[in-house]
Design a protein around this ligand. Structure first.
Ligand SMILES: Cc1ncc(COP(=O)(O)O)c(C=O)c1O
Length: 410
């Protein structure tokens, strides 16, 4: 692994002060900061190769097409897709999941079939399935979590049955940090005849992704949570599914022949990429993958596991603090949600913000989970490969002062 100093030097955003204090950025599950390599790649594209891809027969058009398709190939290799035709660029994970819901869900799911979700799903992998269930007369069922915030196998066997047409589940919860045993869940769901949609938005920056080893039918993620730009996301889908699915959006690029009354559609992956794509975003995403691979995801995970373990220990020293999630770094990612008794999470976030510390407060777009946990909102810290134990110490020190700040004795 590169030295921490060398890694941090790649992130200009981290060198700034906020309210006169060094920025401590612990909101990485929402969006990561951007390394210089990505900033340079996006800028170079705009300066030298900016043109509409796939259309121009001129030099810049060819350059833009090459860069865009090279980015697709890089993504395919990064997630071990069998073919780059199975990689569709979208705006973000949310759009990728909506694509599956509108195209696969609305055309393949029938009345009385069941759609299974985990109770910890982000709204992006929940609200689209509510729409499908309502439109098709299907039933939504939930996998509930055990007291230690894990998914028990008995729950999997109880909820996923022959009636299940589709399972939609995140690889890593954006609230609890739990990493679900997806390989086994997917294999079991396949035995029952269901397809599985994986929301990889949280896991991709932290774990090696292998869609073939997982045997995922669909896998969605966003560039901006893995050191890439905003406005670019990915949907991986098995070719057999993508071939059989109708387009999601219609217009330019996704067509083969258009007549007055009928249209034939382009081949994969273009059938699902209507309109001018985000070439700049794809180029930035490719640079982010290069950046991550230079460090190696194995080293990233080992380093972040160390941070998570350290933070879990330190947070437990804060009086009146309750952690929502496993207390052992094993089997979880670098996302820690907590509450401070008697303090609203928004007050917690505002007070630590005045110390230059960025953390997240709210329902984290997972309201059903919040209701299940009996907590309307939590505070959340989440780490990236550039965070340090010193930053965790500073955050813990700041948290220790919050209750007093709000007028509690200690
Ligand atoms: C688990 C999970 N899924 C989906 C999303 C949605 O990502 P985006 O807003 O980039 O579409 C998020 C974002 O926080 C997330 O944490």
């Amino acid at each position: 692994m590169l030295s921490l100093d060398a890694i941090r030097a790649q992130f200009p955003a981290l060198t700034q002060k906020v309210y006169g204090k060094p920025l401590i950025y612990l909101d990485n599950a929402a969006t990561t900061q951007t390394p210089i390599d990505v900033l340079v790649a996006c800028r170079e594209y705009k300066e030298k190769s900016n043109a509409n891809p796939h259309r121009g027969a001129h030099y810049l058009g060819v350059q833009a097409t090459t860069l865009y398709e090279n980015a697709r190939n890089k993504v395919a290799k990064f997630i071990n897709a069998a073919s780059s035709q199975e990689v569709i660029f979208t705006k973000n994970a949310t759009e990728a999941l909506n694509l599956v819901a509108y195209s696969y869900g609305m055309s393949k799911i029938s009345q009385d079939e069941e759609i299974v979700l985990c109770i910890s799903e982000h709204h992006s992998n929940l609200v689209p399935w509510q729409m499908v269930a309502k439109a098709k007369g299907a039933k939504l069922r939930y996998l509930y979590l055990a007291d230690d915030y894990t998914l028990s196998w008995s729950e999997v066997e109880k909820v996923i049955t022959e009636k299940t047409a589709l399972v939609a589940i995140a690889q890593m919860s954006n609230v609890l940090g739990t990493v679900y045993p997806l390989k086994d869940v997917i294999s079991y769901a396949h035995e029952k005849g269901a397809v599985v949609v994986v929301d990889g938005a949280q896991s991709v920056p932290h774990l090696q992704t292998d869609v073939q080893a997982l045997d995922a039918d669909f896998f969605a993620f966003s560039g901006h949570k893995m050191y890439g730009p905003m406005g670019i996301g990915v949907l991986y889908g098995k070719r057999e599914h993508l071939e059989a699915m109708p387009p999601f959006l219609r217009g330019g690029e996704m067509v083969e022949y258009v007549e007055e009354q009928v249209t034939t559609f382009n081949e994969l992956p273009y059938k699902f990429e209507a309109g001018t794509p985000n070439v700049e975003g794809a180029v930035g995403l490719a640079a982010a993958i290069d950046f991550l691979e230079k460090i190696s995801l194995e080293d990233v995970k080992a380093y972040e596991d160390g941070l998570t373990s350290y933070a879990l220990g330190k947070l437990q020293e804060v009086p009146y603090l309750k952690i929502y999630g496993a207390l052992d770094a094993k089997g979880r990612g670098p996302v820690i949600s907590f509450s401070l008794e008697g303090c609203h999470p928004h007050d917690v976030a505002t007070i630590v913000d005045s110390d230059g510390i960025a953390l997240r407060a709210g329902h984290h777009c997972a309201q059903p989970l919040m209701r299940y946990l009996g907590a309307p909102a939590t505070s959340r810290i989440s780490f990236a490969l550039y965070n340090t134990k010193d930053e965790i110490d500073a955050c813990v020190a700041s948290l220790k002062g919050v209750r007093r700040w709000l007028g509690h004795g200690s």
